[in-house]
Design a binder for this molecule. Structure first.
Ligand code: ATP
Ligand code: MG
Length: 331
């Protein structure tokens, strides 16, 4: 039996996640035949992947391969179809920056939000994906009301917009008070939606992904969806944070993510002309050295003078620091 026959038979099948044939979607990615075992290996790309779609697809493939074509076995690996109308389409120029840390509370979301503002100020178009399921805080930082997003005429989810930045957060899709234990399993599906079903501005220059603390599953999901995502590590100067940040960095490296640098947040407190190292010193340097990357900037402890609780005016000192960070990343 040659591969062409298998290909032709499979092309008639319908991707259950979008009701198009595998011929139309180009979803048959790989076919090989193990003659000695009378078995077929396949890689099939589906537009959306969940257990239900995989189950349906597996059943119809098994019917064709085993009943119609008389093979004894079939092994199927699934991957996501890189749809041309999503922001994952290969021809776009979007740069993805994942903001990661080991420890929680070191300022990832604050850095993500202010970095987005700085990019915007430098004339870039920016989106933020808030992928922190356990404590999504981007909507709070931008003073956004939590409401269900609306869909456009193409049934794409319309991202929210705050200060000219497109924003999608897990929080918009999660029922209020969803127990933490359900949040993890829901996230994988949600991330697919964020990339495939959100009508992002096609001309975005940067998409910043606010990752949950730690080294966990989300990094792996992100790796599957956007292998080209580069990682910015945030730490405080304290060894308790830098120690775990190094681990998060190695986890990212293990997944083949490029690490673009380290941001040391809450580096010091400036009292008049005196610099007070409230949370210790050196954490950022240690992380950068161990991960063989740059300590790109140090952000002092401070609140916005503008009166906002988290967003800095790009004219005040810390705002200028964020502009410097954005500038370095653009270069
Ligand atoms: N440079 C800073 N100076 C003073 N306060 C800061 C600074 N950076 C962040 N904060 C404050 O620290 C707290 C934690 O920041 P943030 O929520 O950004 O951290 P996070 O790493 O995203 O936390 P989580 O792990 O919960 O997602 C917030 O109250 C924030 O306003
Ligand atoms: Mg956060």
């Amino acid at each position: 039996m040659n591969k062409e026959k298998i290909q032709n038979a499979l092309e008639e099948l319908v991707d259950p996640s979008n009701e198009k044939t595998l011929k139309e979607t180009g979803g048959i990615k790989f076919i090989s035949v193990e003659d000695d075992k009378n078995s077929v290996n396949l890689v099939i790309a589906l537009e959306k992947i969940d257990d239900n779609f995989k189950h349906q697809m597996t059943r119809s493939i098994a019917k064709v391969i085993k009943l119609d074509l008389k093979f004894t076995g079939v092994k199927i690996d699934y991957e996501l179809l890189k749809r041309s109308d999503s922001i994952l389409a290969k021809d776009n120029k979007i740069k993805y920056i994942g903001i990661a840390s080991g420890k929680g509370g070191v300022g990832k979301s604050t850095v993500a939000a202010n970095l987005a503002l700085a990019f915007k100020r430098l004339g870039k178009k920016v989106g933020i994906i808030d992928a922190d399921i356990y404590g999504a805080s981007i909507p709070t930082i931008f003073d956004m009301e939590i409401s269900l997003p609306k869909a456009d005429e193409n049934e794409k989810i319309i991202p929210f917009n705050a200060q000219g930045i497109e924003i999608i957060s897990t929080e918009f899709f999660m029922k209020k008070d969803t127990p933490l234990m359900w949040r993890g399993p829901m996230l994988g599906k949600m991330l697919n939606h964020f990339f495939y079903d959100v009508g992002w501005d096609k001309d975005l220059d940067y998409v910043i992904v606010d990752l949950p603390p730690g080294t966990g599953d989300v990094a792996i999901d992100i790796q599957k969806l956007i292998p080209e995502c580069e990682i910015l590590i945030v730490t405080t100067p304290h060894t308790s944070a830098s120690h775990v940040a190094v681990k998060a960095g190695f986890a990212a490296k293990e997944l083949n993510h490029k690490i673009i640098g380290v941001v040391e947040n809450m580096s010091f407190y400036k009292h008049g002309d005196t610099i007070v190292p409230i949370f210790g010193e050196g954490g950022g340097r240690i992380v950068a050295d161990k991960l063989e990357t740059d300590l790109i900037t140090q952000i002092p402890i401070g609140q916005p003078i503008s009166g906002h609780h988290s967003l800095f005016d790009m004219k005040e000192d810390i705002g200028v620091t964020y502009l410097g960070l954005a500038n370095k990343l653009i270069r």
